[in-house]
Design a protein. Structure first.
Length: 300
């Protein structure tokens, strides 16, 4: 009897992996901002402000690769509502539909936080916003948005695990956890770059952010190691070209190990702006290459 042939889904990395990366980075940044909002001193809001200024603009980019991958962009609304016998209905058994609704919830909360910061910084001065908007409980929609963002960041990995492709199935349920941790790391890197641009990259908040990112990057390395052990032979594509360069050098070495080494050493020594800026860019590039590698390796 011949072995069963499992059809690859044919997901294009330039659509799906980019969607995974942008959504995960937005969710990670928003979660970090929420934690600072809930447990920070409240006197300095640089990290939470940066997170809110990043999360919503990043989410605006998410529908572009998602709709483009559908092939029929005009049917995008089918991700939210199905049409059967002329009557629209919600299909809660479809992972894509559930994910689309949660993404919508996350987007609304991110928009509220974005507007809230525009009001607080006096960038918006319309009467409706300046008089009434800050009465909306900032922490409530921050918590709801973080939960939705966590779901989105992990859901993208779970989507891979529930397929029948050998590599993705063998790594269940770790792919979702890895994507959450990676999203937290790329979210922290995006916040750090924003603060460098604003020249606000110092103080107790930044030290907490760096400490958080160090822990997250160690967790990412551990999860990657366990995931590869679980994958066994199904991870064979990752030791062939072009994955050696993309996954091992780009994602693991330059995206995690090198920045982590810089972060650990920076606790005792101060570096110039260029190395610091470079390692945040490495983290972001590594997060994207991680998703491209895992997506493409599972389809071979």
């Amino acid at each position: 009897m011949s072995p069963e042939i499992i059809q690859a889904p044919g997901w294009a990395w330039y659509y799906i992996a980019v969607y995974f990366f942008v959504a995960g980075t937005s969710a990670g940044a928003y979660f970090i901002g929420t934690m600072e909002e809930l447990f920070g001193s409240g006197r300095e809001r640089e990290v939470s402000r940066a997170a809110c200024y990043l999360a919503f603009p990043l989410l605006i980019l998410v529908p572009i690769p998602l709709i483009a991958d559908l092939g029929r962009p005009e049917r995008f609304w089918h991700l939210f509502v199905y049409n059967q016998a002329g009557y629209p209905y919600l299909n809660l058994q479809s992972p894509m539909s559930v994910g689309s609704w949660v993404l919508l919830v996350f987007s609304v909360c991110a928009l509220l936080s974005f507007l809230d910061n525009l009001v607080a910084d006096k960038i918006i001065s319309f009467p409706l916003f300046s008089r009434y908007y800050n009465r909306i409980p900032r922490k409530l929609y921050a918590v709801i948005g973080s939960l939705a963002g966590f779901f989105i960041a992990g859901y993208t990995g779970v989507l891979l695990n529930v397929t029948a492709r050998p590599f993705w199935a063998a790594t269940s349920p770790l792919m979702g956890a890895l994507f959450i941790v990676s999203g937290a790391s790329t979210g922290a890197a995006a916040i750090s770059l924003f603060l460098i641009w604003r020249k606000r990259n110092s103080g107790a908040e930044i030290e907490r952010l760096e400490a958080f990112d160090r822990v997250v990057m160690v967790a990412e390395l551990v999860l990657l190691a366990v995931l590869l052990v679980m994958a066994g032979r199904t991870a064979a594509p990752l030791v062939s070209l072009p994955f050696v360069a993309m996954f091992w050098i780009g994602s693991v070495a330059l995206g995690i190990v090198v920045p982590l080494w810089f972060k650990i050493r920076s606790r005792a020594e101060r570096y110039g702006a260029n190395p610091v800026l470079a390692h945040y860019l490495f983290i972001l590039a590594g997060g994207l290459l991680l998703r491209i590698s895992l997506l493409q390796a599972g389809q071979l």
